[in-house]
Design a protein around this ligand. Structure first.
Ligand SMILES: [Zn+2]
Length: 196
């Protein structure tokens, strides 16, 4: 696995490439921004590596990682949810459900207080918004495809490297991991002795 930095570099290339292609095809600025937002969110927030409860993607969620605990428990690392599109849709739907668990009670309370929240637009507006949802998902799918491709390529490359070099690298990576995660471990986020 290329790790967080590797994936972020890969997705930066996706971001620049997608923006260039869409701009050359005359897409509107709003559409381009929505696709780009999908790429950014897929990289930093709804990453395929959320199935690793101790991954960098998880650390960024802070105490809110509790929301992802059921997901990480259900999904084994690099399982079906690591594949683009399927995994992308499941993660975004999961997020939508989590958000609605938070938002719906607030909406009910507001309604009790006679605060009107009804949608005043017509059907055309809904279609218009759905277009942006599609843009977001397209961007996220592109980013997750890059993530998957990088995972595959680096796994293949790793097998080509002689074992002793691989072990040396593993020690080096572990040292880095230990140093970077000492703080998280001190805060009790990572159980003692647990390794990635
Ligand atoms: Zn991965």
């Amino acid at each position: 696995m290329p790790g967080f930095v590797g994936h972020t570099i890969g997705n930066s290339i996706v971001l620049v490439g997608t923006t260039a292609v869409m701009a050359s095809q005359g897409w509107s600025l709003a559409d381009i921004a929505a696709v780009d937002a999908g790429i950014v969110v897929a990289n930093f927030v709804l990453s395929p590596d959320l199935d690793l409860f101790n991954s960098r993607s998880m650390d960024d969620w802070g105490w809110m990682r509790i929301f992802w605990w059921p997901y990480a428990k259900m999904v084994k690392h690099r399982d079906a949810m690591h594949t683009p599109l399927l995994g992308t849709l499941v993660r975004w739907l999961y997020m939508a459900v989590v958000l609605s668990i938070v938002i719906v009670p607030i909406a009910i309370i507001l309604r009790r207080m006679n605060f009107s929240m009804t949608f005043k637009g017509d059907a055309e507006d809904i279609v218009w918004y759905l277009g942006y949802v599609a843009d977001l998902l397209l961007g996220a799918t592109l980013a997750d495809t890059m993530h998957y491709a990088l995972d595959l390529v680096t796994t293949r490359l790793k097998r080509l490297v002689p074992r002793r070099y691989r072990e040396r690298y593993a020690r080096y990576a572990q040292n880095h991991y230990d140093r970077d995660h000492r703080l998280a471990r001190a805060r009790g986020f990572i159980p003692e002795g647990e390794q990635r």
